[in-house]
Design a protein around this ligand. Structure first.
Ligand code: AHR
Length: 488
């Protein structure tokens, strides 16, 4: 099979924001307890933070981590997680029906982000709480004043403010399952007032307002329009969330599902631009795609979970190779929208629907780890419009799906990287590349392939990425994720 790829500097999409490689660490399951924080483990440092987890997070090169949720945030009292550990109270977590020990909290998280070289994006509780709490939290994090909450932070050992830049106002507030769920009108008004109050404390912050929790909700579209009508002038990003479900229509449908992400982004960009037009605003609203992933492997196990446990095994999806290709295609899709998607959080990071799984002995890097690491490492610069042509196959949801999915990134004046997926399960794809005026040379080709779509990494066996020596022809192996670099 042959495929052709054309890209030129003349058609840039936009500058890639490294924050599209971000993630989410929610207080749920074993994400924090037994994942990030595990003081009884011999693998933990003096602060109880797992060193092997930190090394894997650093390998993923995650620039920003959203915290503390997710659904968890909507009934969370952040004050419960600060101060001396022996005085912290155990509480119920309404979102996941579990017990929260509060042994890990805001300051512990901020210390951890320093150790893994990441920036924090903090979500505030707009479910059970409101403006005053959001302002107290912002004062605790960012203010240098001689006032109660800023002094509390100092008392807790942090003399300097954290200067957290990104703030999510609530989580999935459109969703009926959200604690404190609101109508679009109520939520939009609350965001507008909260954003104004927070900005008066710290004008440098950037605010993310909740879009729909997924594209299938009955209120999708109307939610965005109503919310943005209330708060457009006071927010900077609109959030999107999307999870891919069980591949009930087979592998070839599953690996095409990033088309859904592409369609969803197009719709949300249109909604943002319609709000901009209605408001006659000079400001363009960008997207924080702050939760996305495949999520279904753990459904059956979790249906039988007993409530009110501490850090149960929950949402511990073990990913296979077809999931890795879908994650790869989704990353390509985010790059194709580099002009508007400026933050994207892979949900989540450790143990809970995550690329990193912990055992007592160490970490397991799941199949999905590789494309995430590659994009974080190689997708720097400007995304270019890329024409990728190849034979196609049919799936009912999308019609004609090309076997080849690809995007080109101009890293700098002399370096380019192509990210490409060959969706064909048995045929290799001979890729003819045309970049600018043809005076380029291939410098490396990383290929990640597996003939079994259901293969899962384990402690004994894992799919490895290989460095291929292409002899004059770029061959994408059947069912593969590829990173090909060029110099000019
Ligand atoms: O990531 C798991 C959950 O998915 C998050 O808590 C919530 O925001 C979403 O529904």
């Amino acid at each position: 099979m042959q495929g052709k790829l054309y890209a030129t500097d003349l058609f840039p999409i936009g500058q890639i924001d490294h924050r599209i490689n971000s993630s989410l660490a929610e207080h749920m399951g074993r994400s924090i307890y037994g994942g990030i924080y595990d003081p009884d483990s011999p693998l933990a440092d003096d602060a109880g933070l797992r060193k092997d987890v930190m090394a894997a997070v650093k390998e993923l090169n995650v620039p920003l981590v959203r915290y503390p949720g997710g659904n968890f945030v909507s009934s969370y009292h952040w004050e419960d997680g600060i101060g001396p550990r022996d005085q912290r109270q155990q509480k119920v977590d309404l979102a996941w029906k579990s017990v929260e020990s509060n042994q890990f909290g805001l300051d512990d998280f901020m210390d951890w982000t320093t150790k893994v070289d990441a920036e924090a994006m903090i979500a505030v509780n707009l479910g059970t709480r409101g403006i005053e709490d959001a302002c107290n939290l912002l004062e605790y994090c960012n203010l240098d004043t001689d006032t109660y909450w800023a002094n509390k932070r100092r008392e807790n050992g942090h003399s300097e403010p954290y200067h957290v830049k990104f703030w999510c106002l609530g989580n999935e507030m459109d969703a009926p399952w959200q604690i404190g769920h609101k109508t679009a009108h109520e939520y939009g008004q609350l965001v507008n007032e909260t954003a104004k109050a927070m900005r008066s404390l710290d004008p440098s912050i950037k605010i993310v307002v909740c879009g729909s929790s997924n594209e299938h909700t009955p209120t999708f579209g109307k939610w965005e329009t109503t919310v943005l009508d209330e708060c457009y002038d006071n927010v900077d990003y609109l959030s999107m969330h999307q999870y891919y479900e069980l591949p009930s229509q087979g592998t070839m449908h599953h690996v095409a599902k990033a088309i859904r992400m592409d369609q969803f982004i197009n719709s949300v960009v249109a909604l943002c631009d319609a709000a901009k037009a209605t408001k006659k605003s000079a400001k363009t609203l960008n997207i924080s795609f702050d939760e996305w992933n495949v999520w279904y492997h753990s459904n059956e196990h979790d249906a039988h979970l007993k409530p009110w446990q501490q850090a149960p095994h929950q949402l511990e999806d073990v990913y296979n190779f077809e999931d890795a290709l879908l994650v790869g295609s989704s990353l390509i899709t985010l790059l194709k929208h580099a002009d508007r998607v400026k933050i994207a959080c892979f949900a989540q990071l450790v143990n809970v629907i995550a690329p990193i799984l912990t055992t007592k002995e160490g970490v397991l890097k799941q199949t999905i780890f590789t494309p995430l690491r590659d994009v974080s490492q190689y997708a720097h610069g400007t995304a270019l419009r890329t024409s990728a042509q190849s034979p196609t196959y049919q799936v009912p949801e999308f019609g004609d799906v090309p076997y080849l999915d690809a995007v080109t990134v101009k890293n700098d004046a002399h370096h380019y990287t192509i990210f490409a997926v060959n969706r064909h399960q048995t045929e290799a794809l001979n890729l003819i590349v045309k970049l600018n005026d043809d005076r380029y040379q291939e410098t490396s080709h990383l290929s990640y392939s597996c003939s079994d779509p259901e293969f899962k990494n384990s402690a004994d066996q894992a799919v490895r990425e290989e460095n291929i020596q292409d002899a004059g022809q770029i061959i994408l192996k059947p069912f593969s994720w590829n990173v090909i670099t060029f110099t000019v």
